[in-house]
Design a protein around this ligand. Sequence first.
Ligand code: HEC
Length: 98
Amino acid sequence: MKFALRAAAVFFVVGLLRTPTASQSSTSNEDLPDGEGKKILESRCTSCHELSEVTKFRGYYNRAQWRDIVVTMVEYGADLKKAEIETLADYLAQHLGK
Ligand code: HEC
């Protein structure tokens, strides 16, 4: 029940942020390889913006810069544990890094 409420809250927020003109095509398949990092990305980084907000920076940042971004997002409210920040920084550097 708790989970259902949370999920409902997330969908509500996403619905609010999505503009009516936004394309309906799913951006969750940005051809990212499977891995722990992808799971974190898809579950924690898509409640405030689309995954494309992250993937559009493919090739722009090194690991330290990606890590900074993740830390900033955690300050904004992304729900990541310390270890997950490192896992995600590794993943982003590896697959979207420069
Ligand atoms: C609590 C809401 C929230 C969550 C959760 C969130 N973000 Fe963001 N993100 C934002 C906001 C707001 C912006 C736009 C403001 C800005 O660019 O600083 C943004 C912008 C970005 C940008 C673009 C930065 C730029 O230079 O324009 C990237 C990359 C990003 N987020 C990555 C992530 C990643 C990775 C995660 C998951 C760890 C994540 N976000 C989770 C709120 C969030």
